[in-house]
Design a protein around this ligand. Structure first.
Ligand SMILES: CC(C)(COP(=O)(O)OP(=O)(O)OC[C@H]1O[C@@H](n2cnc3c(N)ncnc32)[C@H](O)[C@@H]1OP(=O)(O)O)[C@@H](O)C(=O)NCCC(=O)NCCS
Length: 180
């Protein structure tokens, strides 16, 4: 039976597949803000540095002023990297406006096959484990894929907003986690 996709901690095990995903993403030009700045050559030159960077806000590490504790998890099937998700343990003023508790991206080759819904569903399981009663997600109004992912996971839209520090209109969604 084929391996089921699962969320794991970022690791060297997925190095080659992660680099292939970055090459796809460079051609595609769309993803989370941080990964758009990564190049396959730069990441390949020092993969441990990328792993350290991704883990920099993970408890119990102290978090610098203006940041919140958060963890990075990768969606993988066997040794294949499919996508990534950040789960923030709390919000600050800026994340309350833009970013929320959870952000995710799939490698281009894995999009449009239900993995978006899956990565968020697994991240919500993790948020429940962390004891969060509800989580905030934000996305661009024009990001129909992300809207579909959030709504399929029970997201309730709080409204559409324009922010002084971000160029596109956004939607904010809440997902209740403590409903039995
Ligand atoms: C957004 C993203 C995660 C969606 O993942 P995905 O695997 O393609 O989504 P899924 O296949 O799980 O689809 C979820 C739902 O949204 C819908 N959907 C997906 N892409 C869509 C699109 N481009 N337009 C309209 N609807 C779309 C699907 O139809 C599906 O609903 P359905 O089951 O009722 O048909 C993926 O496109 C991505 O990684 N984009 C780049 C990064 C990004 O935008 N991250 C989100 C930041 S908020």
């Amino acid at each position: 039976m084929a391996d089921l996709p699962v969320l794991v901690r970022p690791s060297e095990l997925y190095r080659e597949s992660f680099l292939a995903a970055l090459r796809e993403q460079q051609a595609d030009g769309c993803g989370l803000e941080d990964s758009r700045a990564w190049t396959p050559a730069g990441v390949a030159a020092d993969f441990p540095a990328l792993l350290a960077h991704l883990n920099r806000f993970a408890p119990p590490a102290p978090v610098p002023e203006g940041f919140v504790p958060s963890e990075e998890r990768w969606l993988v099937r066997g040794r294949e990297y499919l996508g990534r998700v950040k789960i923030r343990h709390t919000l600050n003023d800026r994340l309350r406006q833009l970013g929320g508790h959870i952000g995710y991206e799939l490698r281009p080759a894995a999009r449009g096959q239900g993995y978006g819904k899956l990565i968020l569903a697994l991240a919500l399981d993790r948020a429940r484990e962390l004891g969060l009663p509800r989580v905030l997600l934000t996305c661009d109004v024009e990001n129909l894929g992300s809207r579909g992912v959030i709504e399929a996971n029970g997201g309730e839209c709080e409204g559409e907003f324009r922010l002084a520090f971000y160029e596109k209109p956004i939607r904010r969604y809440w997902i209740e986690l403590d409903r039995s």
